[in-house]
Write a protein that binds this ligand. Structure first.
Ligand code: NOJ
Length: 535
């Protein structure tokens, strides 16, 4: 691949910075009610800055009945009292900006809460001027469902409204009715809500569930999925041909991008869960769409050398010429990284994330190696579990509060935390900060190395032959060259190492300064970054 950023231009902030995802309810409680809030995040900006992340993605804090953790919004232009006030948001934004930190917020355009005044009006009668703002349909010819479409969160995606005799469509919970993006007024309303936040100074949006925006106008049934039964989710029964990634979606994303581009230097990030080639189309080509359509390849891959090497290669091969890569290892919807890949590999994962070419995203707590925490049925908060009929769909285990210290309430709250904090043996920030050999300090040092090294921020990515369990690549720019070697297995590995190089960072932290020449050895689960001379 050629040099992705021309020397003269220099990387944009969203290419240069490490993003840190904050789940507001679990980050820091400032008033002792057990729920994290915006003033709490303000108190912890020091930490984000100390870690070295330069941009925060803030999950929803908007007014919401919390049927889906805030992804069910009843007022796009207000802060939910659980998280504070508009004044608190402005203070957070000002303080973040004063420290040079960017803040990107969630935009949830696919659906509102069923308590949103738009839906309350829409539902009130078939003649209501807002009726067409949502996806309403008459019953099918047999008096049943209008189509076989399924909700991602279990069961049919249609909900009957007895008062008006029609069904409304919901790709997620019945409490999250889908907006009708074919309706011009809906588009204008959401675009104006975007302008509302952009004018207040947010640095961009992470657009939720964007591939769900449009459904087939002919109401054609989705076909059965040949791989059904093998999938993880109840809607794997069908292939979403008519309910996801419809061609009209691209036009909408371009319109969103136009709105964003009315303001300078903002970023548009898209939650695009699709097969790779289709996901890449969301960069937009001639008329740009997302700066960063999320890349979930590493999160969805098996964690072994061949699979990771293949996931990286397929992604880099398909990346459009002017597309900038990004890498996600965890988020609030998936199992914790440390639980998914095993604690032993968390350091290798950190080194991979910070040395690949492209913008890295860290989910809060993963930098400590937080594990999924057991949340009993009685303590469950993720309401989709009810709809999906099984506790195994709960996302609570990955959403538990940050562990700041080992005291009562873990430094997160003085009250009763909304989700359990887990056993005292779980990692916490205070003890890891003091320990130079901790995972947290490895993240910090990797970020610092990255930010100081043009080759790691913007350099070319050169894959090298994979040997055994060792993933091998180089990053090069303007005479600077790094070689990265990661042992994704549990056995000692030897591998050839052309030329001479000096280790600058190793995951076990005892090899900095070591000169490698001809051969390299990696202990189990070890990774190194070495600086090489000119080729
Ligand atoms: C994706 C979000 O990340 C998830 O938490 C949410 O439940 C769905 N979209 C629906 O908004």
């Amino acid at each position: 691949m050629s040099d992705p950023i021309p020397e003269s231009a220099g990387p944009k902030w969203w290419q240069r910075e490490v993003f840190y995802e904050i789940y507001p309810r679990s980050f820091q409680d400032s008033n002792g009610d057990g729920d994290g809030d915006l003033p709490g995040i303000c108190q912890r900006l020091d930490y984000v800055q100390w870690l070295g992340a330069g941009a925060i993605w803030l999950c929803p804090f908007f007014r919401s009945p919390m049927a889906d953790g805030g992804y069910d919004i009843s007022d796009y232009r207000d802060v939910d009292p659980m998280f504070g006030s508009m004044g608190d948001f402005s203070a957070l934004l000002d303080q973040a900006h004063a420290r040079g930190l960017k803040i990107v917020v969630d935009l949830v355009p696919n659906h509102t809460s069923d308590r949103h005044p738009w839906f309350v009006e829409s539902r009130s009668s078939r003649q209501n001027p807002r009726r067409d703002w949502y996806v309403w349909q008459d019953p099918g010819p047999d008096g049943g469902l209008p189509a076989n479409w399924l909700s991602h969160f279990g069961g049919s995606a249609w909900q009957k409204d007895d008062a008006t005799g029609q069904y409304f469509y919901h790709a997620f919970l019945p409490a999250q009715p889908d907006l009708n993006w074919r309706n011009r007024e809906v588009r204008t309303a959401i675009y104006n809500d975007m302008r509302f936040w952009l004018q207040r100074g947010v640095d961009g949006f992470r657009v939720d569930a964007v591939t769900n925006l449009v459904e087939d106008q002919l109401l054609r049934d989705d076909p059965p999925n040949p791989a059904r039964g093998r999938g993880k989710m109840p809607d794997d029964e069908i292939k979403r041909v008519f309910t996801k990634d419809r061609p009209e979606t691209h036009e909408i994303v371009r319109e969103m991008r136009d709105v964003l581009d009315e303001f300078s230097d903002r970023v548009l990030i898209g939650e695009v869960h699709l097969p790779l080639a289709r996901a890449m189309a969301y960069y937009g080509g001639k008329r740009p769409s997302f700066h960063l359509p999320f890349n979930f390849q590493l999160m969805e891959s098996l964690w072994d050398c061949r699979s990771i090497s293949a996931a990286i290669d397929q992604y880099m091969q398909l990346l459009p010429e002017d597309g900038w890569p990004n890498w996600v290892l965890g988020n609030h919807d998936e199992k914790r990284l440390a639980t998914r890949i095993g604690e032993a590999q968390t350091r290798v994962a950190a080194m991979l994330l910070m040395t690949l070419q492209g913008t890295p995203f860290i989910y809060n707590g993963d930098e400590l190696g937080m594990q999924n925490i057991r949340v009993s049925r009685r303590e469950t908060r993720d309401t989709r579990v009810k709809n999906m009929g099984s506790h195994r769909y709960s996302r609570d285990g990955a959403r538990t509060p940050m562990r700041w210290d080992s005291g009562t309430g873990s430094g997160f709250t003085t009250g009763r935390p909304w989700l359990p904090l887990g056993a005292d043996t779980n990692p916490d920030v205070a003890s890891q900060r003091q320990d130079p050999g901790s995972l947290l300090n490895l993240y910090r040092d990797l970020i610092a190395l990255r930010q100081d090294s043009p080759a790691l921020v913007a350099g070319e990515f050169v894959p090298l032959a994979t040997r055994g369990d060792v993933l091998n690549y180089e990053r090069c720019k303007s005479g600077q060259r790094f070689r990265i070697a990661l042992n994704l297995g549990g056995k000692t590995q030897r591998f050839p190492f052309a030329g001479e190089s000096r280790i600058v960072l190793s995951t076990i932290r005892d090899r900095a300064g070591e000169i490698l020449s001809g051969n390299g050895v990696l202990r189990p689960h070890e990774g190194i970054v070495a600086e090489c001379g000119e080729r």
